[in-house]
Write a protein that binds this ligand. Structure first.
Ligand SMILES: Nc1ncnc2c1ncn2[C@@H]1O[C@H](COP(=O)(O)OP(=O)(O)OP(=O)(O)O)[C@@H](O)[C@H]1O
Ligand SMILES: [Mg+2]
Length: 339
């Protein structure tokens, strides 16, 4: 759609971040009136390192969750990828482009949704914002119409396209924001808390949309969120950041194994439980019986449900059993507690 013959943009290049650092200078306030006056003449500053030598590479088509507690540096990183913020040091490139050096070229390759803010014009209908976007990006009419039809349909926007943005519900506005971010058919999507404040149905709509554009259209997505459902449903890989530094980068499954709380096996056993020692040898941490139900806990990093259930079946008459995986919320709580 856009001129990609120049060789500047290369979507195969993915996202490359090396030693990326961003400091913020904040004026230190001295107490009292005297302090305020002195501050006018000799301001004192604190330097806060919001992003601290962060490195990662993201290949085209990946959907990566960028997570961490409040104030970790997630939005600051996203802003550098988008080109709104200039790094203090380090390197960043998106599809072969250095965002803050070539903001316009970068803008053509990326779609951005900040859940806390909208890029739609407040007083005009969504459909009019889309038209303005077409002109801003110089999107040829046939391309625009094709893309719009596709995304409008996927996001069910028709029903409110003529309504002024300020009259939309949050879920409608977020869908419109996603459509707006996709109009120029970007290869990269940066989503900062895209499901914040949405109800379960609206969240599911947005998640389905993200899944679809990554799987069917091969888009590369970085997503920050505090909703572990987003991570579980969308991301194979997560990067965890805390106090500006990366604490973990890898598969979600491996993260779960490392920080999982105990898993639980609940079994309906006839009579007394025999061979407890063998259950323990197979990795059971605790074995409790109440009302004919045996509850066995184990650490999924050290033992498998199969080994324990195998032992249980060998020595007992088991009518039924179930294995409960640790909840992702527990995993993240344990992870954050360890930071
Ligand atoms: N423009 C700014 N000026 C000064 N400090 C800033 C600025 N923007 C962010 N910070 C500080 O940088 C740190 C990281 O902020 P950032 O917004 O990146 O966190 P976050 O991980 O997105 O958190 P949240 O989950 O709350 O959105 C915070 O301590 C914040 O106060
Ligand atoms: Mg943020």
């Amino acid at each position: 759609m856009f001129d990609r013959v120049s060789g500047v943009n290369d979507r195969r290049a993915g996202i490359r971040v090396r030693g990326l650092t961003r400091e913020f200078k904040r004026q230190r306030r001295r107490p009292g009136l005297g302090g305020a006056v002195r501050g006018l003449f000799a301001p004192a500053y604190d330097v806060l390192t919001a992003v601290d030598r962060v490195s990662f590479e993201i290949e085209p088509g990946e959907v990566v969750g960028y997570i961490g507690p409040n104030g970790a540096g997630k939005s600051t990183t996203i802003k550098m990828l988008v080109g709104i913020l200039v790094p203090t040091s380090g390197e960043v490139s998106v599809g072969g482009i250095v965002p803050h050096r070539k903001r316009m070229a970068n803008a053509r390759n990326i779609g951005v949704v900040f859940g806390q803010r909208t890029q739609l014009w407040w007083d005009i209908p969504v459909a009019d914002t889309f038209k303005v976007m077409r002109h801003m990006y110089g999107i040829p009419l046939p391309d625009y119409e094709r893309t719009l039809a596709r995304f409008q349909d996927m996001l069910a926007i028709d029903e409110f396209a003529d309504v002024a943005v300020r009259q939309l519900s949050l879920g409608q506005r977020m869908r419109a924001d996603f459509c707006c971010a996709m109009l120029h058919d970007p290869d990269f999507l940066f989503l900062d808390e895209p499901t914040i404040g949405l109800d379960v149905v609206a969240k599911e709509q947005i998640r389905r949309f993200i899944r679809e554009i990554s799987r069917t259209h091969g888009k590369t997505v970085i997503l920050t969120t505090h909703d572990m459902g987003d991570i579980e449903k969308l991301c194979d890989r997560v990067i965890v950041i805390d106090k500006g530094a990366i604490m973990y980068d890898g598969e979600l499954d491996a993260l779960k194994r490392r920080y999982a709380a105990d898993s639980v096996i609940a079994a309906d056993v006839r009579g007394e439980v025999r061979d407890r020692a063998r259950l323990e040898a197979a990795g059971a941490k605790s074995v409790a019986v109440s009302d004919g139900t045996v509850t066995i806990t184990f650490d999924p990093a050290r033992a498998t449900a199969a080994a324990i259930v195998g032992e249980l079946l060998r020595g007992n008459e088991v009518r039924d059993f179930s294995v409960e995986e640790p909840e992702i919320e527990h995993v993240i709580r344990n992870l954050y507690a360890s930071l």
